[in-house]
Ligand binder design. Sequence first.
Ligand code: PGA
Length: 251
Amino acid sequence: MRKKFVAGNWKMFKTIPEGRELVKAIVKKTGKKTDVDIAICPSFAHLPMAVELTKNSPVMIGAQDVSVREEGAFTGEVSASMVKSLDVTHVILGHSERRHFWHERDWLISKKIRIALRHGLDVIYCVGENLVEREIGLTNEVVLSQIELGLRNIAGEALPRITIAYEPVWAIGTGKTATPKQAADVHKSIRSWIADFYGKDMGDTVRIIYGGSVKPENADKLMKLPDIDGALVGGACLEADSFMAIIAAAK
Ligand code: PGA
């Protein structure tokens, strides 16, 4: 049985004081034990505070990116080793906003995945087709090629440390969610690709979560599906009650 995983991607929202209140509220509502893995992924600026406030809580903290370089004269970059040294556990890589606005390509994301794993960070690897790709029937080709290129040179042993987030680009921040059937179909083909490439055990082990306008109102239907192992939540994670309602739906 794969444990469900719900991660909140804060993107570039919340001041530090606002972030502190939100982390505190999530920690309080989560309590000491949870049946669902929970991660909060705020901006780099929030990370030290968020790690500190979650010290005695099962809530984990993730970053939203790391540099592709180990260290050096790269103004503005934040390295995987810096993030890891804060006791951050996860990093989101390959998010469609980074692919789109910063032109991150699969080869770059694949390098970032390897650097993150090497430094002991678990990875939430985002893949997903845009609207045109869906409309012309290329969803599977696009998603599976992102999987293949992103996971290139990743050995099977490392795979349990990677969570795949299927996020159709047309569903992110738009209020449009994939129907449970659309999501389930793509999750199924990702899982069978993993099973073909890494073996059936790995196909059964790897967690594939869904992202794209997940809200308390639709979480239940999505989380019920056997191939959907949780959610990557954007907008609805910026408020403790709606984030907790999605976590409750995952239980
Ligand atoms: P959304 O964002 O829930 O606001 O659609 C999801 C994401 O970008 O990870």
